[in-house]
Design a protein around this ligand. Structure first.
Ligand code: RFL
Ligand code: PHB
Length: 399
């Protein structure tokens, strides 16, 4: 694939970006016999190492299995039947299966999802080019991707293009001005995220509201913890020594009778800003947007990767219908179909974020409202079921 003559010049579906959305879409299209090519601006190891999401909904797990990339996930993924909310000196467990009729989520890192999909794709196809940066997508009816590879600018003629190139990607920016609407919100805080070689002490994820700010205890494996602290926007990670991080986590995660974290070497430390953003519609002519290229959520609800998977499942089904029957009915409905789930997740992520974090400008009254909302989830099975359906992505009656 790397000599100039063997580079693809045309394809049915050109996919920009080899994050989870682009890779999963490529595998699903391949399974349906739809020809496609994936262009990724970074190299393989960068794409595989980027630390991000950790929680998969059942529907994302099902899609990964359908793509052929479910074997290691089935061996190493950890099923979680609930999460713990800590606030106001108490701790409350939300039990997913009993509240949703059997739903649960899976802890399996995005890095591993991406590794599994890349390995499969390099072994079985479709073509995947690393260090191939799309510089523009032109023409809505017969789109052409211009990209840079090996120091040369090349083109890929496509019947369709799917921009899976994340929030900063080029596909959305290539759509003529005035076609797309954008809705967004910034938040007055960020997350300091760490990875530590320390066994998680809690069996499930712990989301903690505290007057000092939000904290989250998550995990990557039985030996590796993933932990987050709310910090001010623009915070320098260097201002946080390892001891300061562990001490602050202990204070914010403390609740009556809870265990202290086990400490270990911190192997990664970064500050992540938060935003909500939705682009509508998620298509223009034969150019489609999927995953973070179309929408961003703050990480609190663990929805970003799951929304990306949900988008490409809809798209793959639509392309399969087009290929099989010539009908573009599902493709024409793509944006509308996806936006329903997108806005549901936007709302949940927003509510969860604003309920659990301390806004530096918030009044004492607003802080009491946050606690009232958290007590409601703890006290009412209806409120808890609403939370559990959203968290697991299980919505009765939805296709
Ligand atoms: P990605 O993963 O950003 O991949 C986009 C890919 O496109 C490439 N690219 C280009 N390639 C070619 N030409 C160009 N011009 C290109 N421009 C960009 C990029 O190099 C990259 O490889 O988007 P995708 O595939 O839509 O996937 C979205 C998810 O990565 C994202 O939503 C999640 O990580 C969000 N998220 C979480 N989601 C969950 O479902 N559960 C979680 O627990 C969860 N935790 C998180 C998260 C995101 C976080 N951060 C970093 C904000 C935790 C954190 C801390
Ligand atoms: C993670 O493990 O990285 C993670 C888990 C849950 C979230 C966000 C991130 O809500």
């Amino acid at each position: 694939m790397d000599t100039a003559s063997s580079l693809p010049r045309r394809t049915r579906v050109g996919i920009v970006g080899a994050g989870p959305a682009g890779l999963l879409l490529a595998r699903l299209l391949h399974g349906h016999g739809v020809d496609c090519v994936v262009l990724e601006s970074r190299d393989r190891s960068y794409a595989e190492q980027r630390q991000r999401a950790g929680i998969l909904e059942q529907s994302a797990v099902d899609a990964l299995r359908a793509s052929g990339a479910g074997a290691r996930l089935d061996r190493e993924g950890i099923a979680h039947d609930g999460i713990e909310l800590r606030f106001d000196g108490r701790s409350h467990r939300v039990d997913f299966p009993s509240l949703t009729g059997g739903s649960r989520v899976w802890v399996y890192a995005q890095t591993e999802v991406v590794k599994d999909l890349i390995a499969l794709q390099l072994a079985e196809g479709p073509p995947l080019l690393f260090e191939a940066e799309a510089v523009s997508v032109s023409g809505a009816d017969r789109p052409v991707i211009a990209y840079r590879h090996g120091g040369t600018e090349r083109t890929l003629q496509c019947d369709y293009v799917v921009g899976c190139d994340g929030f900063h990607g080029v596909t959305r920016r290539s759509v003529p001005e005035g076609v797309l609407r954008s809705y967004s919100r910034a938040y007055p805080y960020s997350w300091l995220g760490i990875l530590a070689d320390a066994p998680p002490v809690y069996d499930e994820l712990v989301y903690a509201h505290s007057s000092r700010g939000f904290a989250l205890a998550s995990m990557r494996s039985p030996a590796v913890s993933r932990l987050y602290l709310q910090v001010p926007n623009g915070e320098d990670p260097a201002a946080w020594s390892d001891d300061r991080i562990w001490d602050e986590l202990d204070v914010r995660l403390a609740s009556a009778g809870s265990r202290k974290l086990e400490r270990g070497p911190i192997t990664a430390k970064s500050v992540l800003p938060m935003r909500s953003q939705v682009t509508e519609p998620m298509s223009h002519g034969r150019v489609f947007l999927a995953g973070d290229a179309a929408h961003i959520v703050p990480p609190t609800g663990a929805k970003g990767l799951n929304l990306a998977a949900a988008d490409v499942v809809v798209l793959a089904r639509a392309f399969a219908q087009l290929e099989r029957t010539g009908s573009s009915e599902l493709l024409d409905a793509y944006s509308e179909t996806c936006l329903r789930r997108v806005w549901r997740a936007e709302h949940f992520s927003y509510v969860m974020t604003t309920t659990l974090h301390t806004d530096p400008a918030q009044s004492a009254f607003e802080a009491r409202l946050q606690l009232a909302q958290l007590h409601r989830i703890a006290d009412s099975p209806h409120a808890a079921a609403e939370f559990a359906e959203n968290y697991t992505g299980h919505f009765p009656g939805w296709a």
